[in-house]
Design a protein around this ligand. Sequence first.
Ligand SMILES: NC(=O)c1ccc[n+]([C@@H]2O[C@H](COP(=O)([O-])OP(=O)(O)OC[C@H]3O[C@@H](n4cnc5c(N)ncnc54)[C@H](O)[C@@H]3O)[C@@H](O)[C@H]2O)c1
Length: 373
Amino acid sequence: MHILVTGGAGFIGSHLVEYLMSKDHSVHVVDDLSTGRAENVSPFLRDPKFSFDKADILTWDGIWAATRAADQVFHLAGVVGVRRVLSDPIRVMATNIAGTERLLRAVAAGQRRPRMLLASTSEVYGFSGLPSQSEADDLTYKAGNWTRWSYAVTKLAGEHFANAYAREKDLPISSMRFFNMVGPRQRGEYGMVLPNFVRQAVRGLPIVVYGDGQQTRSFCDVRDAVRMLTQVAAISPVPGEVINLGNDQEISINDLATLVRRRADSSSAIVHASYADAYGEHFDDVVRRRPDLTRLKSMIDFAPRWTLTETIDDLIAREHRALAARGHSFRRTAAAPVAAMMPPAGVSAIAANEPLLRRSPTLPVRRVSGARP
Ligand SMILES: NC(=O)c1ccc[n+]([C@@H]2O[C@H](COP(=O)([O-])OP(=O)(O)OC[C@H]3O[C@@H](n4cnc5c(N)ncnc54)[C@H](O)[C@@H]3O)[C@@H](O)[C@H]2O)c1
């Protein structure tokens, strides 16, 4: 099959590309490399079944030809991550809404009617207080906090565009609501929690938990996710339907920090900082995120291959290998004293802040759990 992957040099996209290439498909990637990396797809550049366009989905000339040639389209290009959403809201809206609409228009203009999956997000559920989130749930956003919810709203708009194109143009399109993907190549600097915890634990830095840490998430290994995605892509859908995709094993962020520290055999302290310290403003975090997977399970037969502990072990091993390749080793080092590693008051302590953590003593820390002996 000929498959178009937008955002294919990103975290999820590159795993999908790797999987599709291993199945001998021909794969065309478009990515502007804003958060994706060329090295994520460089192993395929010499493969005649692979092609890559570095381009912005909003202006990409090749969009018409590429969609005409595709049997399947995975639309993963998007502006992602709390930090970018807060710092670059116009870009978030333009890419996630106008970029998605442009792609849908191009798909609809062709004769081929490719199967299309859009990457949506569990953030669409907004401020759900329910124990798990199902596609039939009402969606609730808090009034007044415009920027915080703009990512969710753009993804919801993408779902609505997809639904409208699917029904009006009779196209086989589904929107996949991803719940907290984790795995190799995920970048911490945009606010993703697990890469930051792993990096901090392996280096003996304080593991920084925002809020009280009792908020829960349900993490899914990206390698499981791409297998599920390709299985869903093989199914003839209810046009425009939304489908949760993830793993329903729930964990609090405090427990995640403890698990990472234990698996890394680290003596890092676990510290708590406020969202205001992290993001420089009031931030509505979501208390629980756990996918109700009833719809997904009615469509595909899939058991995850990766437990969260296995994913964490894999990430820790990769972090050690990356450090060793650079001539560093942090194995069995003593914990750095927390006070000596916190950033100055008023400086964002977003979890990718390892350089900041080295700088100065005065970030307000609400609670510090003792370093392991
Ligand atoms: N990682 C998660 O847990 C998660 C959760 C929910 C939804 N998603 C969605 O999954 C998709 C992939 O996310 P990811 O985690 O791999 O993030 P990512 O940032 O690694 O991937 C997004 C890719 O899109 C590219 N891109 C951004 N703007 C573009 C543009 N205008 N034109 C072309 N390419 C552009 C980036 O360079 C990047 O390679 C996104 O749409 C995201 O909203 C991810």
